[in-house]
Design a protein around this ligand. Structure first.
Ligand code: SF4
Length: 376
């Protein structure tokens, strides 16, 4: 019995070893990246260095360079390649022009440039090829260009031709018409409207209006159109000196947005702070405690998604009007080269994007209207 028992134990150990290594290899091969210096055996790859990452295709290439079979020892790493960022969710600020004058605006009218429509579509196709699933069109005011037809054509292109799961717009709402919804509403998942206060005087102090046109009327009109044309409605608010003590609970509940993004007023050098800036938002800035107090007052609003300065600053992939990523890590917006000239991967290296914070702040959520259970 004893030799049989020994053989059984030995066989079990061998089988367990093979299964373990096979599972490890499978897991490893299914990962997007491999790490640093890899020992390549005929059928096994072992991680030796967690610090550097290589793209899988690079390793596959190396495996196919007529290497002899059997254990071949250490293969020197090729150039260390930075972990690849997938531009899952992109914010394209295609215009800087706006009909409002918000004192804290952090994407100001420094140029009047807008890309030709076909160039913008080409850039969006490149982003889709790089893994983009959500596009948000923003400004400035997106509906100011060609009375909404420019953003409308981009929305239609992204949904119909690129088949993006999520196509959204952030607008101040004042230039949105029913005709626009009739033509383009079917292609849009979410329309977000910015509103910081339900007190017209406060909106006036903030600059969130054009002339005497009432911002709250525009907001309610867009809300109604969203329901009628089955576009999910979202609300964005910036907490600042003028609205920090307001209680918006009842009005927000009435509007019933799918999401209420609440931002802490943020200073960006060259946009709303510093000598070169068009705006000076110093007087709008609130403390972290004041922001927390606003959140606490609105804790019963279930759809509220808070965004402090820390969460907000580097967790967005922002494209400007030239399709350059803007790196905000140093407190100003440093542009990359245009992705139309250097490609998405190269431009992304200069985006300053904090992907970990993007996921931590809940940047990926149910963003297709088809997946939302909305009562229109
Ligand atoms: S609505 Fe206000 S914050 Fe938005 S782009 Fe216009 S001025 Fe800036």
């Amino acid at each position: 019995m004893e030799p049989v028992f020994t053989v059984l134990v030995f066989s079990s150990v061998v089988v367990a070893f093979v299964i373990f290594n096979y599972a490890k290899l499978k897991h490893h091969m299914s990962s997007t990246f491999l790490s640093g210096e890899d020992i390549i055996l005929t059928d096994t790859i072992e991680r030796k260095n967690e610090n550097r990452r290589l793209h899988l295709p690079t390793v596959r290439q190396r495996k196919s360079t007529n290497l002899p079979s059997g254990r071949i020892g250490l293969v020197p790493s090729v150039l260390p390649v930075q972990e690849k960022v997938v531009p899952l969710s992109v914010n394209y600020h295609f215009t800087r022009k706006c009909n409002y004058q918000c004192g804290f605006c952090f994407h100001t009218a420094k140029t009047s440039f807008v890309l030709p429509l076909e160039d913008a579509k080409r850039g969006l196709s490149l982003l889709k090829d790089a893994g983009m699933e959500k596009i948000n069109f923003s400004g400035g005011e997106p509906f100011i260009v060609k009375r909404g037809a420019f953003v409308g054509e981009l929305v239609r292109f992204c949904k119909e031709s690129l088949q993006l799961p999520s196509v959204t717009i952030v607008s101040n709402g004042s230039l949105v018409t029913e005709n626009w919804f009739k033509t383009y509403g079917a292609y849009l998942d979410i329309l977000a409207v910015s509103c910081d206060s339900f007190d017209p005087d406060t909106n006036e102090k903030i600059g969130r209006q054009q002339g005497q046109k009432n911002h709250l009327s525009s907001l309610r009109s867009v809300r109604r159109l969203c329901a009628e044309y089955q576009v999910a409605f979202k609300l964005n608010s910036v907490v600042n000196t003028y609205n920090k003590d307001e209680n918006m609970v009842e009005e927000v509940k009435q509007l019933n947005p799918c999401r209420w993004k609440v931002f802490q007023c943020l200073l960006i050098d060259g946009e709303n702070a510093g000598a070169d800036a068009i705006r000076n938002a110093q007087t709008f800035v609130i403390s972290d405690e004041e922001f927390q107090s606003f959140l606490e007052r609105h804790r019963d609003v279930e759809c509220l998604v808070p965004e402090s300065n820390e969460k907000m600053q580097n967790s967005y992939l922002i494209l400007d009007e030239y399709m350059r990523f803007l790196d905000c890590t140093k407190g100003s917006k440093q542009p990359s080269k245009s992705l139309l000239d250097v490609g998405v991967d190269n431009a992304l290296l200069f985006s300053g994007f904090d992907e970990r914070m993007f996921f931590k702040r809940g940047g990926q959520y149910v963003w297709s209207k088809a997946d939302m259970r909305l009562e229109w």
